[in-house]
Design a binder for this molecule. Structure first.
Ligand code: KG4
Ligand code: ZN
Length: 348
């Protein structure tokens, strides 16, 4: 079965073709980073308009590059939510129009299920059951995955998501959007131990997270240690040291909770996905702790940590070939989007 995947939940227009026999046949991605950079964050209306502009040309490019005819597509998977409603509607409407024109089934995919399954695109693929740490711009959760659609939420953030904390902290340090990767780059030249940072919610039981306090802690440090006599080099070093301390605090906190989740579930496989899974400090710390405590840790390649069409095509293909969930029949089609959609509502 050849599935076309369409991702438009936020600021990336992603498309991919995934075949159940041959694997990934091609992909195309357009990032709106430059468009939103001057505003310091994603502007929802601009995001929607850009998806409208880019989606069909990207589809054309994908088909040409992968030498696939549109008529060869057997089904269309699109991100139904969660995400920005206008952005989601562009993907949903396009998917439904294509499905109607081609007389093919369509299926709405949960964006976080896409992230959760992305590590399975790698070879060798991690085997279920596993624990998934999902760390993106909008979500931070630990999920016990018994099988496709069998997701039990073990813990989640009570306030900011990990990626959101990276982005907000980067912004208050004066870094450019998108803040997460910028902050990580700066942190590599900083001394993490210069300032002490808390590891929120680690000294009490449970698997929930809280990152908003870390952001406030960073703001106070940044305000307190700057002074008018500081030269540019000293200011840059201060900024890097704070970034390194912040990053280490997030990485340690996530690692402590992952280890706890592995102990609690007695599972041997951890998968980590979502934009923050691209963070090198997090990747190496989790690998280190995994090998020390006897669990395997798998990540998607960097391009599949952040938003992409491949994970949506893949999730659609698995859902259509393995689950009992029916794709939308032509008569039942609606252009729908679920900006808020708890992962636990998904069915096997
Ligand atoms: O999964 P994603 O592309 O979009 C959402 O579904 O939210 O994740 C984007 C998030 C942003 O907050 C971004 O700053 C963060 O992932 N991110 C990083 C890194 N790369 C992306 N955070 C820390 N270090 C990175 N290297
Ligand atoms: Zn995402």
């Amino acid at each position: 079965m050849l599935v076309l995947g369409i991702e438009t939940s936020c600021d990336e227009t992603g498309l991919a073709l995934y075949d159940s026999e041959q694997g990934l046949l091609g992909e195309a991605l357009y990032s709106q980073i430059e468009l939103h950079a001057e505003y310091g964050g994603v502007v929802p209306e601009l995001a929607s308009r850009d998806h409208v502009r880019k989606l069909l040309p990207l589809l054309q490019q994908l088909l040409t590059d992968s030498k696939v005819k549109l008529s060869a597509v057997d089904a269309i998977a699109y991100t139904r939510g969660p995400g920005l409603v206008g952005a989601l509607l562009v993907g949903s409407a396009t998917a439904q129009a294509l499905a109607l024109a081609l007389q093919r089934p369509s299926i709405g995919i949960h964006h976080m299920e896409g992230h959760l399954l992305a590590p399975l695109l790698e070879d060798p693929a991690p085997q279920m059951p596993f624990v998934a740490l999902l760390v993106s711009g909008g979500h931070t959760m630990l999920v016990q995955v018994q099988g496709l659609g069998h997701y039990q939420l073990l813990g989640e953030t009570q306030d900011d998501a990990a990626g959101e904390a990276f982005d907000k902290t980067a912004k208050l340090l004066g870094l450019n959007y998108p803040g997460g990767p910028e902050l990580a780059r700066l942190a590599s030249s900083g001394v993490a131990g210069r300032f002490s940072f808390p590891r929120p919610m680690t000294n009490r039981p449970g698997l929930d997270f809280s990152f908003s306090g870390l952001k406030t802690h960073t703001r106070l440090l940044w305000q307190r240690h700057q002074d008018a006599t500081m030269d540019a080099a000293a200011k840059l070093q201060l900024q890097a040291d704070i970034a390194a301390g912040f990053q280490l605090a997030v990485v340690d906190t996530l690692t402590i909770k992952c280890r706890r989740a592995m102990q609690q579930t007695q599972l041997q496989q951890l998968v980590v996905s979502g934009g923050v899974a691209a963070n090198q400090a997090l990747r190496s710390k989790l690998q280190q702790v995994g090998s020390k405590h006897g669990f395997k840790v798998s990540f998607p390649r960097l391009a599949y940590c952040t938003d992409n069409g491949a994970m949506i095509a893949y999730a659609g293909c698995l859902r259509l070939t393995q689950s009992h969930l029916q794709a939308a029949a032509p008569a039942m089609r609606t252009i729908d989007a679920r900006p808020r959609w708890p992962l636990q509502e998904l069915e096997p």
